[in-house]
Design a binder for this molecule. Sequence first.
Ligand code: HEC
Ligand SMILES: [Cu+2]
Length: 350
Amino acid sequence: MWSGMGADFGDQPTKRGMQIFCVLLLQLYAAPARADAPLDYLFGAGPRNVASLTWGVLTISILVVLIITGVLLFAIFARRNRIPSTSSNERELVSRAGNPVAVIYAGLVLSTLVLFGVTIWTMMTLADIAAPPSTPKVTIEVTGHEWWWEVRYVGDDPSQTFTTANEIHIPVGEPVAIKLRSDDVIHSFWVPALSGKTDLIPGQINTTWILADRAGTYRGQCTEYCGLQHAHMGFQVIASPKEKFETWRKGQLRVASEKSVGSAGQRVFMQKCAVCHTVRGTPAGGRVGPDLTHLMTRGTIAADTLPNRVGYLSGWIADPQHVKPGSKMPRLNIDGQDLAQVRNYLETLD
Ligand code: HEC
Ligand SMILES: [Cu+2]
């Protein structure tokens, strides 16, 4: 009976251990949760030297674990065989032939050298990425809000400046300066494939820079716990070739489409939404929520939480608290007709 229980107790932790191990392995190797916009720092598109450092330190660490495990196993099993198993209580003294302390010195010297090397490599990489390789031509101000990102492109003059949300477009192969502010609590800006983390601190402007050497969509995420919807405070960085980026930028500089000026949907918007949302070129000038002037050019809504498609958009407007409980956009008790009209209006904002 005892042995049976012993087996039970012995088995479970091993199984659990295996499960955890497998999950960790999967985390490393499985396809990212969103293949179209991976949250991935091992195969990034940012500064090469950071990736080399990551892989280098990872390899060294794995080697150290393997070597130490090997030496430990050797010590356990090789020794065990050499000590004659006597049934008496007499134990043979461990002999100290040669100079066993030399092994300790060798270990100390070796690990000091390796650690010293890694420290220097890290310092050199840090110094390398402290400043961008060339002066950034594009400057973006990113403001953290609970729980979304305001993104402002700062041009040479005000006519070249515009605001959008949750989607940062950058030209490929060029460093882009990012100025970080917060409107409420501390957030943290992280695009794993492109850069390290930088905090957004109320009352302070932190700066960082990003560079994508491949076109693509990279996911970003707030990584400083900032309240209820912290996990749904994502964004996307979309890196495209220079001309494509310029086309996008020019598109965003326009004021809102005039397609539905004076429509029923716009009236509902002015009544229920304009206190919080801006639509440039119309009287709607609220600053509590994201700028919606070109909402339809964005791939997702609610900080990379929902795809920007008709159904999700209606669902969001009808009940944002269902999608992101605690969100600063309240449930507006909007009836079916108003909902359809305001949604139609939003769909013209391209
Ligand atoms: C009290 C302020 C407030 C009001 C009123 C309000 N919103 Fe919002 N809205 C927000 C905030 C804040 C967010 C960001 C929520 C988030 O992602 O956590 C938001 C997000 C959105 C988004 C997603 C935008 C994006 O790019 O992610 C849409 C679309 C939207 N609101 C439409 C509307 C419409 C339509 C109305 C009127 C029926 C409305 N809102 C009324 C504050 C408001
Ligand atoms: Cu946050």
